[in-house]
Design a protein around this ligand. Structure first.
Ligand SMILES: Cc1cc2nc3c(=O)[nH]c(=O)nc-3n(C[C@H](O)[C@H](O)[C@H](O)COP(=O)(O)OP(=O)(O)OC[C@H]3O[C@@H](n4cnc5c(N)ncnc54)[C@H](O)[C@@H]3O)c2cc1C
Length: 473
């Protein structure tokens, strides 16, 4: 068991959110000690894969981790991952290169000159945390006890909720619930048919990965709405957004979004611009809705928002269009109702219920592309479950991550903010809704860093406070 000096801030999770916060804290003039705990630091789910065809769905210019410096990632690419034609802010780089960037920036933080603040990365999984005196004691899976004044949860969302359909047990070996499991994708039999459940960016990434290995593979995508993400316009025009007062019902919000989109129909650039503008006020629009209306929005309109909001890079959209045209891709509105194994168990006969009646297909794999699971109770993340069990944290009322206030402070079971406990990133979706992409999380991280830096509790620790914890701490 290692001993650590007490830190000012400990961040659980060193994916993009954790790195963004550490960067925002450490670059200040206050010499803080920051600890990040993560078994696989520096990448997270989004940037942990190796597929060169998996592109960022946002332009390079939006991906810098340094808030005022838009060119941070661009400069890094041109120095460390140059290509003959160079990179521009408008390009969509492979996601794995963004993972390389995050990892290197995290190493840079660790190697900063002593005295300017310190960042330490602990490669472990946080299992539990409890309040102790003036802070927290965090227990990891390797038996460390790490003390910190402030605890920030940046654990991201969990893998997708397992698919439910009749007969699943009988074809269990053919069901892949983790669409980002690249090793599992490599075991797909060549020349077969694959069913993807869900039609967002993850489905398109999965189809791209399948065709990279097996260009003739047939892919069927089925989802409740059968809508594919829209393509990035280049360049999106700036367009007017909704005026205040913002709608207070889901139906009115949807009607106004639709009117805004129809107003610019036929002009892809303006239409994209409208939704970029809306994205900037996305959290404010969400805040204006009461809980029951938020639920209605999620149930009935979320997918329409997402196809506009989470757009696909043009090169990937062209590949998808080509596959639709030559019949390698079929997109269906409906749901997977039932599956039965073939005699040799190598394929499954799946029944899809669509508005035009049932459809049957023989597929070699069913892949779950329904998106990350936001509900902390289903996350099986021991730390979140522990904090919820203690009452220090609580699930968001709609199950969209943790319940937090406008300052990202975790709200406990009594409805009050728990001292020195915060959450960051997609885990705070329930409060902010538009908090998925790096651009929004970077802003949140900057705000949280300012708040933490302004607090007395994160002034540099005294000598006594930095003594190693006793062995039984
Ligand atoms: C496939 C995909 C593609 C995306 N592409 C883009 C894009 O192109 N542009 C964009 O702006 N956004 C994109 N996003 C959005 C993306 O979610 C955010 O950009 C960002 O990666 C979220 O990071 P995070 O750190 O909050 O969560 P995660 O990336 O999930 O990282 C959480 C980290 O916490 C760690 N962790 C969890 N529990 C514990 C624990 N108990 N103890 C220790 N560590 C723990 C995990 O190991 C992980 O490293 C994409 C998302 C996905 C899923």
């Amino acid at each position: 068991m290692a001993h650590f000096p007490k830190s000012n801030v400990t961040i659980i999770g060193a994916g993009a959110s954790g790195v963004l916060l550490a960067n925002a804290l450490v670059k200040s003039d206050t010499p803080l000690s920051v600890v990040l705990i993560d078994p696989k630091p520096g990448r997270g789910v989004a940037y942990g894969g190796g597929d060169p065809d998996h592109l960022l769905n946002t332009r390079i210019g939006n991906m810098s981790i340094d808030a005022p410096k838009r060119s941070g990632f661009l400069d890094w690419l041109n120095i460390f991952r140059p290509r003959p034609e160079g990179w521009s802010e408008e390009d969509f780089a492979p996601r794995r290169l963004y993972g390389d960037y995050l990892e290197q920036r995290l190493r840079d933080l660790e190697n900063r000159t002593p005295g300017l603040g310190s960042t330490r990365v602990v490669r472990a999984r946080a299992m539990a945390a409890e309040q102790s005196g003036d802070g927290w004691v965090i227990r990891t899976d390797v038996g460390d006890h790490i003390r910190s004044e402030t605890l920030v949860l940046a654990t991201g969302l969990a893998r997708p909720r397992p698919l439910m359909f009749h007969g699943r047990d009988a074809i269990e070996a053919l069901v892949q619930d983790d669409p980002w499991d690249e090793a599992a994708l490599r075991t797909l039999p060549l020349g077969g048919e694959v069913l993807l459940v869900g039609s967002g960016l993850t489905a398109l990434d999965t189809a791209t990965a399948i065709w990279r290995r097996d260009p003739d593979a047939h892919v069927t995508i089925v989802s409740r709405h059968g809508l594919l993400p829209r393509v990035h316009a280049s360049p999106p025009a700036s367009a007017p957004v909704l005026e205040q007062p913002y709608p207070t019902t889901a139906r009115e919000l949807f009607a106004r979004l639709r009117a805004a989109a129809e107003f610019v129909e036929g002009d892809a650039s303006l239409r994209h611009g409208v939704f970029l503008g809306l994205r900037e006020i996305g959290s404010a629009l969400w805040s204006a809705l009461p809980d029951d209306e938020r639920l209605a929005f999620l149930r009935h309109f979320r997918r329409y928002w997402e196809v506009e909001r989470h757009r696909v890079p043009p090169v990937q959209a062209a590949a998808v269009r080509g596959a639709l045209d030559d019949g390698r891709l079929e997109v269906l509105r409906g749901r997977l109702a039932e599956a039965r194994p073939s005699a040799d168990g190598a394929t499954a006969r799946v029944a899809l219920l669509t508005p035009s009646g049932p459809k049957a297909k023989s597929v070699g794999r069913v892949i779950n592309c329904t998106g990350p699971e936001p509900d902390p109770f289903r996350s099986r993340n021991p730390l979140l479950l522990d904090l919820i069990a203690q009452g220090a944290a609580a699930a968001d009322p709609l199950g969209l991550g943790l319940h937090v206030d406008d300052d990202s402070a975790a709200i406990g079971s009594r409805g009050e903010p728990t001292p020195d406990l915060y959450a960051l990133g997609a885990l705070t979706q329930g409060r902010f809704f538009e908090i998925t992409a790096v651009a929004e999380i970077r802003l949140q991280a900057e705000r949280l860093a300012q708040r933490l830096l302004a607090r007395e509790a994160v002034q540099p620790l005294s000598e006594t406070a930095t003594q190693p914890a006793p062995a039984n701490d």
